[in-house]
Design a protein around this ligand. Sequence first.
Ligand code: SF4
Length: 476
Amino acid sequence: MSGEIDEGCSGEVGESCGIVGVVAEEAARLAFFGLFALQHRGQESAGIATLDAGSMHLHKDVGLVSQVFRGENLTTLVGKIAIGHTRYSTTGKPSARNAQPFVIDTQFGPLALGHNGNIANAPALRKELLARGLGLMTGSDSELLAMMLAGTPGKNWTERIARAMRSWVGAYSLVLLTREGLFAVRDPWGYRPLAWGRIDSGGWAVASETSALRVMGCSGFEEIPPGTILHFDERGLVERARADIEVPQAACSFEYVYFSRPDSVWNGRNIHAVRRRLGELLAEEAPAVADLVIPVPDSSIAAAIGYAQKSGIPFGEGLVKNRYIGRTFIEPTKALRRQGVALKFSPLKETLEGARIVLVDDSIVRGTTTAPIVALCRNAGAKEIHLRIASPRILHPCYMGVDMGAEQDLVAVGREPAEIAAMVGADSLAYLSLEGLSRAIGVEGLCRACFDGNYHIPVDEGFTKECFEGFGRGTI
Ligand code: SF4
């Protein structure tokens, strides 16, 4: 499972899911801290599973991490090994039945699974499982992974995971909990991040982002290489295995543009530093004559700082974000989304009145929130608004775990920047180039498919977020 995008990613895109794994005293409590740090990756549901004396304990529900977990349910999650998940749906509707971790009984004992990503060949895998007479409870591709693992032969879980990985095409960072311990798995393409570290006070932790490892008490970390399976038990890291699959690397460039926290490190690159560089290159490629550079907070702040420093135009705060508004609160309809923008951002009249501004946003996906943001600035007195986007035009859907909607939802498809500028009420609009994106990130083997249509894997265009929802639909 992963995420929807919809504002100039001031909220247009659904975030990827967040996953954690812990081997330590008070494992559930540490997993809770880790999930809290990963809340930005998914706000629909949260869950933690623990293992104690061979038995699994689970609590999960819809809502934010702080709503799902309270002191009383954390104390029922006993055991020294835990996995946790915070979800934004990319396959399957947001509902309690799709919340993770998934826990199933298998011939090899209980299995709990938390998944970040999206399995692109899920329709074919689903058909295959149903044809074998197996039933599925949810519309989620993550359940498929758990069911496939349950039916894969092997002398231990490492062997079964490595074997099952040969059938999975797509993005998956996984945490698995079994009687053998905790497993952390990354797909061979390396689409989504995953790292692990030693907890200073004792124990080991795994998380989608390094910032969450710090919150769980790790002062150092190691990124888990693509195609790797790590096995931890109460003694620590007991096995490192690799799936024997050779494919080109495809790290999601959108993690750098929008998803990941600025204080995280991925592929050795700090996200905040990359975003500043995106802004610097944007200033070089798309200069503007203006009095102030204003970010759409929060994800565009670093790019706006970079733009301001490179252009010499002062940085200013022109929009104040209400940090306590959840995405789910503003989503369902276009009209509500518009109103949500007003709830989410307040213009600073004192800054904007009479000013020519460069308004920096990280991306535009559907464009539904860009026009209301521009209108907020205009109504607060901005004289000229030059919209600058710190990523290229999004022209293709993502099948690897980011919900950008279908091609017809993407505002840049079939429209030139000048046309979009007119639609959203800006005086001008320019995007960063593809080359600028790659230069700023500086990592070999990037996925840029939503920008250039070059998918590293075969994709099924009929595969949408809710295509398996409702019993009977997955059998067609
Ligand atoms: S298509 Fe875009 S959002 Fe999806 S994995 Fe590739 S870069 Fe990331």
